[in-house]
Design a binder for this molecule. Structure first.
Ligand code: DGL
Length: 267
């Protein structure tokens, strides 16, 4: 039996695994091919052009691998390249992620929301348009957190360095009145517990893994592309070091993983 067409999912590194996890939960029969572009992390501190070129390369690789859908599991790459990718692959389902500004604007009672994301996302025109469209009346406090990305990439999900990195920005936005916090980078759900410890238990921390997975399921259903039965799989590849990816995926998702290196032409 031919192996089913995969769903290609990628991020600069490990963050997109938070989206892959939600997709695996929502679509357990699907074959998922995750590419961590670890040789080029972090995207958040690179130019738009750089991030767009990586998006083109990796999406072309997914086409080469016969993917039926591509999920850009990265807010930074979505802001930089999603329109480009849709134009480049008109026959494919291409789904991106963006910070949960709309639900945050509905949830806030104080009228102030805090957004943690990368420098690239927060500086993008796409993000400015999103805020203008979905939350024109809300005060939005922005906080780029490149060091949070680095912590997740090192697998540092607890300990003093993490607590120190999370404490000041979260406290500052809370004290400025934010009663809803948006995790606008796919790395940040892995720091959920540390952020919650500072923010307090009643503050919603919004991320978009689950809604993106539901949207993907809907798109697959509409085109009659859902895998029929079968047991799903999460295959891991990286442009960096496969042993590191396998180890850290185990830490972040639980379980045992193998990882391979993406072929040279796509690194
Ligand atoms: N995980 C990514 C995002 O959602 C990018 C992190 C980075 O590479 O800077 O924006």
């Amino acid at each position: 039996m031919p192996s089913p067409q995969p769903i290609g999912i990628y991020d600069s590194g490990l963050g997109g695994l938070s989206v892959a996890r939600a997709i695996r939960d929502a679509l357990p029969g699907e074959r998922l091919l995750y590419v961590a572009d670890s040789a080029h992390v972090p995207y958040g501190e690179k130019t738009t052009d750089y991030v767009r070129r990586r998006a083109e390369t990796i999406s072309d690789y997914f086409v080469e691998r016969d993917a039926k859908a591509i999920v850009v599991a990265c807010n930074t790459a979505t802001a930089a390249a999603i329109a480009d990718l849709r134009a480049r692959h008109p026959g494919l389902i291409v789904i991106g992620v963006e910070p949960a500004i709309k639900p945050a604007a509905h949830l806030t009672a104080s009228g102030v929301i805090g957004v943690f994301a990368t420098t690239g996302t927060l500086a993008s025109r796409k993000f400015a348009a999103l805020v203008q469209r979905e939350a024109p009346e809300v005060r939005i406090l922005l906080r780029p957190c490149p060091e949070w990305v680095a912590l997740v990439e090192r697998g540092e999900l607890e300990g003093p360095a993490l607590r120190a990195a999370v404490e000041a920005p979260v406290r500052e936005l809370r004290e400025a009145g934010a009663d809803v916090l948006v995790l606008g980078c796919t790395h940040f759900p892995f720091l959920d517990a540390a952020i919650r410890a500072v923010a307090g238990p009643s503050v919603p921390l919004l991320e978009t893994g689950a809604p993106v997975a539901r949207w993907l399921r809907h798109q697959l259903q509409e085109r009659d592309l859902q895998a029929d039965g079968g047991c799903g799989a999460l295959e891991l590849e990286t442009t960096g070091d496969p042993a590191t990816l396998a180890r850290l995926a185990g830490l972040l998702l639980g379980g045992d993983f193998q990882a391979a290196q993406t072929p040279p032409a796509w690194r």
